[in-house]
Structure formats: C-alpha cells, structure tokens
Write a protein that binds this ligand. Structure first.
Ligand code: DX5
Ligand code: ZN
Length: 217
C-alpha cells in the first residue's frame, strides 16, 4: 500500500483550516507542506508560523518540504514548529552542512529526508543514504504546483530503490510533482512509497477516489 501526502500548496489558503481538517475524512496519510524562500526556488510560500498554526489542527504527520537556501539555518525552527518529517534539498548547501543538518534533525527527534531536483543524479544521494529516513525525488522543477509529471525521472527512482536495498532498506522513497491517478501507478511501479499530490488532490471532484487508488497500489 502506498501513502498519499496532499500538498497544501494547492489548498484554498483562505480556508486552510477547513482543507486540512478534511484530509482526515478522505483518508489521506500525511500533510505535505511546501516551504519556499524565493532564493532556492523562484517562489515564496509558507514559513515557520504557519507550520506552527497547522500543528494543533491535525493529528496527521506533517511532511515539511524545505525548498530554501542553506536549510541548516532553520531546521530547528521547523522541528519545534511541529514537523514530523523534514526534507531538505542536497543542492541547497555544501555536503558537510547537509550531513550536519540531517544529524541535527534526528537529534531533535524528527525524521530526516533529502530531496533531489530533476537535474541531480541518483548517485549524488550516496553520501547521505545511511542518514536518511526518506528520499524525495522531484518529478517537476521545484517551485510551483500544477506542472507536468516528468516520466523520465522514473529510472532515477528505480536506481535509488536498488541502491537503498543494500545501503538503507528501511528508507522510504517519495515522489513529488505532477502525481495524479494516471502517474501514481507509474511511481509505485518504480519504487515509490509516498506520493505527494497537490492539484490532483485539491482540484479533484472526489479526492477520496484518488486516496483509494493510491492505497490500492
Ligand atoms: C513543487 C512542490 C510540490 C507541489 C506539487 O515544488 O514541491 O509539492 O505542490 O504540486 P502538483 O501535485 O500540483 O504537481
Ligand atoms: Zn513538495
């Protein structure tokens, strides 16, 4: 069974509480929160106070995806704000800082993940494999919801699954970008455990159907 993490980037921000509470009713597994700083990606979204406000209104795990420059500066703030999973991009800092950030996240009692942009090869993850609870493979250029799924990322996903067999079998693989009812099975076939869905979930006439489909994979 795969898990689904709806990305609230596609929620109705005026009714964010309503949209987050509804996730439980549809059977969604996690809440995916996209944090962007206008530097690492050309968009600015949600920050620490919003994560803190979301924390008390849901019991679902908060899956916080940091698309920010030098994330080590803020990992403690996001964990304290309520993140259960904290993902940082390996392109966003020097390797030693990324390793230190992963250790810091774990020391604070949170799960730690790395993410790879589409142009970053699977091999770039090697130094971090043993320190990760999850690896996020981007299937769009990070920055915006509603983009087209990059099917050419599937060989990278498959390669990471193989690498993890020996390096860290318990590590999850997550896919983010353009996931819908057509592309979700493709992600699962190539090794994904957790599927992020923004527009396909929040614009669906029946989000329960998408959740049910993902759970059947
Ligand atoms: C993009 C974000 C995604 C985005 C996905 O940078 O990381 O989480 O919300 O949106 P969809 O599912 O619409 O591609
Ligand atoms: Zn995301």
């Amino acid at each position: 069974m795969a898990k689904i993490a709806p990305s609230i980037l596609s929620a109705d921000f005026v009714n964010l509480e309503r949209d987050i509470r509804s996730l439980k009713d549809t059977g969604a597994d996690w809440v995916h929160i996209d944090v962007m700083d206008g530097l690492f990606v050309p968009n600015i979204t949600i920050g620490i106070p919003v994560v803190k406000s979301i924390r008390p209104i849901t019991g679902l795990p908060l899956d916080v995806h940091l698309m920010i420059d030098r994330p080590i500066r803020y990992v403690e703030d996001f964990v304290r704000a309520g993140a259960d999973w904290l993902t940082l991009h390996i392109e966003a800092d020097q390797p030693q800082n990324t390793l230190d950030a992963l250790d810091r996240i774990h020391a604070l009692g949170c799960r730690a993940a790395i993410s790879l942009k589409p142009g970053t090869p699977a091999e770039a993850a090697i130094p971090y494999l043993s320190k990760c609870d999850m690896i996020l493979v981007m299937t769009v250029e990070p920055g915006f919801g509603g983009q087209k799924f990059m099917a050419n990322m599937m060989p990278k996903l498959k390669k990471l699954r193989t690498m993890l067999h020996t390096a860290n079998p318990g590590c999850l693989l997550e896919v983010d970008g353009g996931v819908d009812s057509a592309t979700a099975p493709v992600c699962r076939d190539n090794g994904a455990d957790v599927l992020v869905a923004g527009s396909a979930y929040f614009r669906a006439a029946d989000p329960r159907a998408l959740v049910k489909l993902v759970h059947s994979l």
